[in-house]
Ligand binder design. Structure first.
Ligand SMILES: Nc1ncnc2c1ncn2[C@@H]1O[C@H](COP(=O)(O)OP(=O)(O)OP(=O)(O)O)[C@@H](O)[C@H]1O
Ligand SMILES: [Mg+2]
Length: 233
């Protein structure tokens, strides 16, 4: 198979394939945080993020959530359907953490009375500002129909994944999704991994995600491996 690098991001490299409608995503061990200010490497992260994403995309497909997943191509590569990424990061929050605490003065770990759906502009140069649906329409990021559709999908994905992790004694604190356009469909793309989700042990509330890297909590590589094992179990 001929591979040409299409794009290299902070966490992944995207390659073309022989099929114009497909791409190969290579998950890197490189990690960044705080808008790329903090850089480092988490040995084995590429494998963990690829395997967890492949597993969860396949699981979501069973609940009629269309995704870009085609197949796990290797330990750290995923074959996907190429989409036109919508420039909105869709976030869901169940427990207060990260920016939510800073922005609204809520104590970390507070259970939210109802999940919060948030949109961020997918533009690193603008530091991914928080937006609402009206920004999305006015800036022509997505149509009303598209926003309604991916909002419903995000709420459904939250319900499905939350109970999936709950059964494994893990709290799904929050997560970020990216959707893309494919013909007249909108499908879930990018990744679902400890880089894009906050996952805490339900009993000890130990952080089992990228916050270990962000805040130098130690045992980063070990915890990435552990959360993968518990997710696949
Ligand atoms: N199925 C897909 N089709 C097209 N592009 C995709 C697909 N899935 C993910 N992408 C895009 O591929 C890139 C993956 O690289 P990576 O996540 O490392 O980027 P990044 O550094 O986070 O930068 P970005 O701000 O572009 O996300 C992202 O731009 C992501 O939006
Ligand atoms: Mg990314």
């Amino acid at each position: 198979m001929s591979k040409t690098k299409l794009y290299e991001g902070k966490a992944k490299i995207v390659y073309t394939t022989d099929d114009d409608n497909q791409m190969l995503i290579h998950f890197k061990d490189e990690a960044t945080a705080f808008d790329g200010v903090k850089k480092g490497k988490i040995k084995g992260k590429g494998i963990v993020n690829n395997k967890m994403s492949c597993h969860l995309f396949q699981y979501l497909e069973r609940y009629n959530v269309p995704t870009h997943f085609i197949e796990q191509a290797s330990d750290n590569e995923m074959l996907v359907k190429k989409v036109e990424i919508i420039k909105i990061e869709v976030a869901m929050r169940n427990i207060a953490a990260g920016h939510l605490c800073k922005r609204y003065g809520i104590e970390e770990g507070t259970d939210l009375q109802t999940p919060i759906l948030e949109f961020y502009l997918k533009d690193d140069s603008l530091h991914n500002p928080l937006i609402n649906e009206y920004h999305a329409y006015a800036l022509e990021l997505a149509t009303r129909e598209e926003v309604r559709y991916f909002s419903q999908q995000a709420i459904k994905i939250n319900a499905v994944l939350r109970s999936y992790f709950h059964r494994r004694d893990i709290l799904l604190v929050d997560f970020k999704l990216e959707f893309g356009r494919l013909a007249d469909e909108i499908i879930l793309a990018d990744e679902i991994s400890p880089d894009t989700c906050r996952l805490w042990d339900a009993k000890t509330r130990k952080k089992m995600d990228k916050d270990r890297f962000r805040h130098d909590l130690g045992e980063v590589e070990e915890t990435y491996k552990e959360i993968l094992e518990r997710t696949l179990a």
